[in-house]
Structure formats: C-alpha cells, structure tokens
Design a protein around this ligand. Structure first.
Ligand SMILES: [Zn+2]
Length: 277
C-alpha cells in the first residue's frame, strides 16, 4: 500500500535521478494501465523523444514535468510500485504495466499486479483544475491549513475518525497504518465521531497528522531510501518505526499495557486501550 510518506520519499529520490533524462521508448503491456487512451500509440507518442525536467507530487499523484509544458501523471493506486532498472536486460517483474526506457540507458517501470495503477499525459498548467485533484482533500505534507480550519472540516464531515482519516477526499494519502499511528499519537479512538471532539482533541489530532506524516518522510528518507523505491512501507524492516501498527500483544511505549487489535468490517485496527479515549 503506497501511503503519502512513501510516495513523497519516492519522489525525492527519483527527482534527482530522472531530471534531464530523455524518453526513448515507452512500452505499454496492458491497455488497462492507460484507461484514458483508445490506442497505445497516442500515449507513447506523447512521451517518446521528450525530456523529463523534474518529478513533483500533487496529492497522491507523481507528476513527471516534461519539457514543453506537459506532465506525465502517475497514479500508483493502492498497491502500485515504480521500479528502476539499470538496463533493459534486467528481467521485468510480474505485473509490469508500462516500461519507460531512457536514451541514457536505464528504465522506469510501473508495476502493479492488482492493475489499479495508471499513467496519462496532460498539460501541466491544467493539473490543479483536473477533477482527480479537485476532489482531493488536505495534503498533510503541505499543511497549508490551520488547525481551526481542520476542526471546521471535522465537524462538517461528522464521521468516525478511522473512516475520515483514510478518506482521500478529506486527507490525502493516509492508509490504515498511518491512520492507526496518528490516532495513537493523538490519544483518540478510531470509533470517535469527528464532530464530537473537544477543541483540545481537534488540536491534538491536527498536530498528530502533520507530525506523523512529516516524521515518516524523514524516516523513509534517511534510513530507508533504498527500499522506498518499492513504494511499500511494509517491505523488510520498513515498519520498525510504527508504534502500534501490527504490534498487538506488545507493550505500549507510553503506558506499558498490552496493545490491542480489533476488527471492524474488513479492517483491523491497532490501538492502546488506556492511552486512546
Ligand atoms: Zn498506552
């Protein structure tokens, strides 16, 4: 699951690497990866021969800025990965949807066995107005809103915290793992109603959202840069910094009581009964 810190870390890493690279060829293995196009050729023609100026992030999307004013939009979906290959000889992983080969050598591959990931090209100037972006909520890594505004939105939405925090139209890029970490940091239970929080609780939640997401980027950026390219926070020891996620049975770092796990619907929630109210 690609959550925002992983996407941002990936962006920082790839930005240096991709800048000034020229696209030689683009291979699309399945049309499903480019649902906005009727033929592969229209998509590949929009990319081949063009230079990437840099890699930006708009919400959960990676945006390859192209010379000439267009943008290569990359949506990794829930489980997509961007994989770098030193050469075309490196065997493609199962689920490789699109392969971009650069004139300087090297490839960038979008891999997703579930097949949700997609790419498209659009004018860079029109990104902010694109419906995919207009529908997005607050970007916790931009944090351009105050806690008062955040509080107003919480009251308006009147939903369970766990539902709201992982809703793309409210907050961008928070999946189940960071949601549990944020709620633990804020000392709040997942089933609390967002419109029933006290002013102090709203402030705690706001601070937790910003801090947990920023810390996660720092962590991935410093200790796990090499692994971040997989876009998966749970690969190898990537989950080490989690305080509650998948730590049921261990003792709470704050109060030493045993951490619990509960199920609601298809989701498992990790929390501390004592520290979260
Ligand atoms: Zn505790």
């Amino acid at each position: 699951m690609a959550e925002l810190p992983e996407i941002e870390t990936l962006r920082r890493e790839l930005d240096k690497e991709l800048a000034q690279k020229k696209i030689k060829t683009v291979e699309v293995a399945v049309l499903k990866a480019i649902p906005r196009y009727k033929t592969k050729k229209v998509f590949t023609d929009a990319l081949e021969g063009r230079k990437i100026v840099g890699l930006e992030r708009k919400g959960p999307f990676l945006v390859g800025k192209l010379e000439g004013g267009d943008a290569l939009m990359i949506d990794l979906g829930a489980g997509g990965q961007l994989v770098r290959a030193k050469s075309a000889k490196q065997a493609a992983s199962k689920g490789t949807l699109i392969t971009v080969t650069f004139t300087q050598g090297g490839q960038l591959r979008i891999v997703d066995s579930a097949g949700d990931a997609e790419m498209w090209v659009m004018p860079y100037a029109e990104i902010s107005a694109a419906p995919e972006l207009a529908a997005l909520g607050i970007d916790p890594l931009d944090a351009a809103i105050s806690w008062e505004q955040f509080g107003r939105l919480l009251y308006q939405r009147a939903d369970k915290l766990k539902v709201l925090l992982t809703d793309r139209s409210f907050l961008v890029g928070i999946g189940p793992a960071y949601c549990d970490e944020i709620l633990f940091a804020a000392g709040l239970r997942h089933e609390r109603d967002s419109n029933q929080l006290t002013g102090q609780e709203v402030r705690r939640l706001y601070r937790a959202v910003i801090e947990i997401m920023q810390e996660a980027v720092k962590f991935r950026g410093s200790n796990h840069a090499a692994k971040a390219s997989s876009g998966d926070p749970f690969d190898e020891d990537g989950g080490e910094h989690f305080k509650v996620w998948e730590r049921d049975g261990e003792s709470c770092r704050r109060c030493r009581r045993v951490l619990k796990k509960s199920k609601t619907g298809s989701r498992t929630i990790y929390f501390c009964e004592a520290c979260q109210v």
